[in-house]
Write a protein that binds this ligand. Sequence first.
Ligand code: SF4
Ligand code: SF4
Length: 384
Amino acid sequence: MTKLIELEKDETIKVSSNVINYIKPSVVYIPYENAPILVKPNTITDIGTPLFKSANKIITSPISGIIKNYQKVMTINGEKYALEIINDFKERKKLEPIKKITLNKINKESLEKLLQYQFNISFENKNVLILNAIDDNPYVLTQNFYLLLNYEGFLEILNQFAKIFSLTKVIICLKETSSENINKLLECLGMYPNIELQILPNFYLLGEPLILINYLHLSLSSTLVLNTALLYDIYNLIKRNRQKTDKLITISGTALKEPSIVKVKVGTPLKSLLDNLVILKEPEVTYIAGGLLKGQIIEPENFIIDENLDSILIMPKVPEKREEACIHCGACLNICPVEINPLLLREPNYLKKVQNKCLKCGLCSYICPSYINFNKYLNGGSNE
Ligand code: SF4
Ligand code: SF4
């Protein structure tokens, strides 16, 4: 069984319950990875126009405007080429991006095909569906807010999935700290006898699908886990006939005045959002993308809010800690939830063996009194 730990949190950080809209950026950058581009520079695009087909899904334009050229941008997954689109603010929509679906009428095979094609998910051989609304990283509430804003629609679509795919169980997983969501769901769940709520302790890493399945003693092969961000996209496509254009992101931390959840267009430059919405409390700050433990320090210039980014934390700048020699305390070894020996990560053969097993959870670096940063080995760096 995986070891799970509870992290200390700064209770003074409170995210406002009002979601801020930042959905009219003057420009967006849509990253692509060696995917055939379906549009030409200097042509007009509408919301929903297919831009390129990438990793089993079609990426569409989140705004209407003019396609410019390709630019290098930074994302949570490193440097990428992205298509620049200048907003004309006309909000033209490409009509009928897909054939409109009536869930009650669609047959199982057609729905399977659509989910596989658009979202790369399959219900084949699955009889349990988990809706994962867990935010693992401290101060991040993105998954929670997707649920909070859409819980009625989510319950409806989960209920229909249960019927269409003959699921024996649908479970919504939340942490005990998500009291607003818990109260709202408890009010409605009486109408959905096939959906249950699992209220889980505030342990770090329970949001990892494999750990969650293991914790609930479910079968890996017959359980499908969807997070709330993905269900939001599925819901929009199936129920509202809308391609992905926007997303939620947590902007939080001790160095800004009002931590909040922001609804943004996919591909928005982080700098423009910060310049327009964020008031800093500190003169010098550090920006962390993707959470305190799993995330990385970034520079906002040229950084794009792509579909994989769930949070930006803004913390007071602290002097960088210099790595010191290992004192062989064993803390990194003891804390690793999947029993990797972080001390051996600098050995290429060991690294190769455990690379896929490692959860990139950051706990080994977090606990180390000598400030050894193990992420650099996991990301292919050297031990110099
Ligand atoms: S990041 Fe460190 S603690 Fe986390 S799984 Fe990998 S080796 Fe273990
Ligand atoms: S936690 Fe740091 S100091 Fe302790 S054994 Fe691991 S690497 Fe060495």
